[in-house]
Design a protein around this ligand. Structure first.
Ligand code: ZN
Length: 215
């Protein structure tokens, strides 16, 4: 009996260790991207809810799961023909409409309630900027998922000045900076105070800093 419980304890111990070694599931590969963008917006406006912004910015994917609303089809956007995707045949601005809905709701709220809605609005806004949310019938795993994973990995690493491509479609760090500015201009009911860098090293290395403090 004692032997058995000793083995059980060992099994539980190794399972516990394994939990930390296994890679985290790639359920939402954009969560770091959406989070970093929303945090920058919050910091530029000196909002006091920066620690919640990543969670809130991912509400549409993690809670609403209303993926039908995460695309914008705009016939006036150039759309190269390819065997990897289909260009939309009619205008449909579902994500933009959701963004406007949440910005409007944010404008009549205050404090962190306001910033929760801004974070949600930012999710829809930045989704409209993803090429793969502007086309249809794309090769999901090869193009869409690969693209979002690559970008998300870069956001985790905090690198700047990059360009990443998948299936011939590229996105650059500079574009993200411009998109943040474009989104911030829509928040006309708050005063923007500064322009922090998208990747703030002191913030990204928070955990590393914490470890260094103990060494
Ligand atoms: Zn989304």
């Amino acid at each position: 009996m004692t032997n058995k419980s000793h083995i059980m304890k060992k099994v539980i111990f190794y399972l516990f260790i394994l939990m930390f070694l296994l890679p985290t599931p790639t359920f939402a590969w954009w969560n770091n991207t959406h989070g970093a963008l929303a945090e920058k917006v919050c910091m530029d406006f000196n909002c006091s809810c920066v620690l919640n912004m990543t969670e809130w910015a991912n509400i549409p994917d993690a809670v609403f799961k209303n993926m039908i609303n995460h695309h914008d089809y705009n016939l006036s956007d150039s759309c190269p023909t390819s065997s990897e995707w289909k260009c939309p045949t009619k205008n449909d601005f579902k994500a933009s409409k959701k963004m406007n809905e949440y910005l409007k709701s944010a404008s009549i709220k205050t404090g962190c309630d306001r910033w929760k809605d801004i974070a949600i609005a930012s999710h829809y806004f930045f989704d409209t900027k993803v090429f793969w949310h502007n086309v249809q019938n794309e090769n999901y795993f090869k193009c869409h998922k690969a693209f979002e994973e690559k970008v998300n990995d870069i956001f985790v690493s905090g690198r700047i000045g990059w360009t990443e491509c998948a299936c011939g479609v590229c996105v650059s760090y500079d574009e993200f900076e411009l998109w943040v500015l474009e989104f911030e201009e829509k928040i006309d009911f708050e005063d923007k105070l500064r322009d922090v860098s998208l990747f703030d090293e002191s913030k990204d290395s928070g955990i590393i800093q914490l470890i260094l403090n103990f060494i």
